[in-house]
Design a protein around this ligand. Sequence first.
Ligand SMILES: Nc1ncnc2c1ncn2[C@@H]1O[C@H](COP(=O)(O)OP(=O)(O)OP(=O)(O)O)[C@@H](O)[C@H]1O
Ligand SMILES: O=c1[nH]c(=O)c2[nH+]cn([C@@H]3O[C@H](COP(=O)(O)O)[C@@H](O)[C@H]3O)c2[nH]1
Ligand SMILES: NC(=O)CC[C@H](N)C(=O)O
Ligand SMILES: [Mg+2]
Length: 529
Amino acid sequence: MPETVPVSQLYDTILILDFGSQYTHLIARRIRELGVYCELLACTTKIADVPFKPKGVILSGSPYSVYEKDSPHVDPAVWDLKVPVLGICYGLQEIAFTRGGRVHSSDKKEFGKATITISGSSRLFEGLPAELTVWMSHGDQVEKVPDGFKTISATATCPFTAVEKPDENIYGIQFHPEVTHTQHGSTVLKNFVAGICGAAATWTMATFVDKEIERIRSIVGPTAQVIGAVSGGVDSTVAARIMSLAIGDRFHAILVDNGVMRLNECETVKETLQKHLGINLAVADAGELFLGKLKGVTDPEKKRKIIGNTFIEVFEAEAAKIEAAVEQAGKGKIEFLLQGTLYPDVIESISFKGPSATIKTHHNVGGLLDDMKLKVIEPLRELFKDEVRALGSILKIDDDLVWRHPFPGPGIAIRVLGEVTPSQVAIARHADFIFIEEIKKAGLYRKISQAYAALLPVKSVGVMGDARTYEQVIALRAVETKDFMTADWFEMPYDILKRISTRIINEVKGVNRVVYDVSSKPPATIEWE
Ligand SMILES: Nc1ncnc2c1ncn2[C@@H]1O[C@H](COP(=O)(O)OP(=O)(O)OP(=O)(O)O)[C@@H](O)[C@H]1O
Ligand SMILES: O=c1[nH]c(=O)c2[nH+]cn([C@@H]3O[C@H](COP(=O)(O)O)[C@@H](O)[C@H]3O)c2[nH]1
Ligand SMILES: NC(=O)CC[C@H](N)C(=O)O
Ligand SMILES: [Mg+2]
């Protein structure tokens, strides 16, 4: 395989060393928003193993205390890089500790808002007022700064909230510039990455597209073929589009119709991907197979397992068909499997796990890799979801698709509580369709992170047209969330709820009652199963 250049070598890159703070990924988000590329690596990474020359280094916060026996420490080779270093919270304490200063556990802890007073004229605080409201989260304090360092800000209880050694471009701050509660936090980061490190703000999705297409071409080479599962969700669609731009019909997309997609979804996805985006797509019509296997099953975990396993079975059968056709036509072998992995998944797997780290994931196609012996290709691996959306727009993918709410792999099967039968799926689908249509009409779709209708396996009594009814209940769920790990229920205006409920009861046969879910996550989850 030809040598390929990692993204970090194509852009000025800031290296973030993660010591296990809950906020490290936010540092990366903020820097990317400034148009500067950055990558996060675990604090235990040896500088010699970093695959690029960073323009600057940021040391993150941490649940540890620097003076404890088993605390993580930065590779001292970081100082030989001779590039600017910024320590945030634990990062500041680490700079003090490793360069001859002193850090201790203070009886004056600071959690939440604090006011810092800036002294002198540091490049880090250029253009900022002399007083700033910042967000703090620390119990330890620097009590003596190393030689050659000077203090550039303090609070009433913490004398060293910011220090610098300008001749070596080393900076440390006790507060968190990456959280939105810190006033001018982005300016502080900008002063560091653009001003002090001199990193160019060239990281835009427009520049990424061409470089990524080139990169894919060099990875895949002139003849190899690539397969990939696409769902019609934004991640797999953007990944598929970029593949097809790079290698044309040597990319083979497979959409599995599992019988539990949204109303008309397979047709729409097929139309959009095949016709409008020119993606070489095969649809595996497996609805009956899935629903057959789900017959009589009511346990949510069993349903998920059956769907996951059947998905792999169908995908592999479809891939074998494509392989046979490719062989017959004398084309190159299928060597790669496309995956829509995003940067948060990567961060999750490489970040330094402090004592408090617990993260949840969902995988749909993980089981494919072991048997298939294909190399994985992940064009979105460096991107956050909003960057994927921006990329989608640049690739001329419809707004409707770019902003589509996420849809779980097991689909409506985990939204029909209890046994999944074709008639139950039809009811849930129809109600869901009305719900989403009305949210869109009301201009609320983009404000809501995810919305759907669930069909409950209970019946209640009602009266319609003077007659008694005994029918099922639809539960409407709409949530607002940034990362889907926690979520608030959406405060849906009453008039819209009224319209939706009337339409569902009037139009969906088998439903005589609609309820709205007012549970946040935690303690509930977004899906009902
Ligand atoms: N019905 C399906 N047919 C083919 N592949 C699927 C199907 N459902 C899920 N997948 C695969 O599982 C992957 C993960 O699904 P996931 O829902 O996390 O991402 P997505 O559908 O691409 O985007 P989104 O998060 O916006 O829904 C998809 O990228 C796709 O490769
Ligand atoms: O691709 C997926 N495969 C799954 O098995 C799966 N289960 C839940 N979800 C989606 O994950 C987010 C969080 O859902 P929960 O709060 O219900 O865990 C929400 O966005 C859910 O829709 C899944 N996505
Ligand atoms: N948020 C942090 O980085 C905290 C650092 C250290 N654990 C302290 O309490 O001071
Ligand atoms: Mg999806």
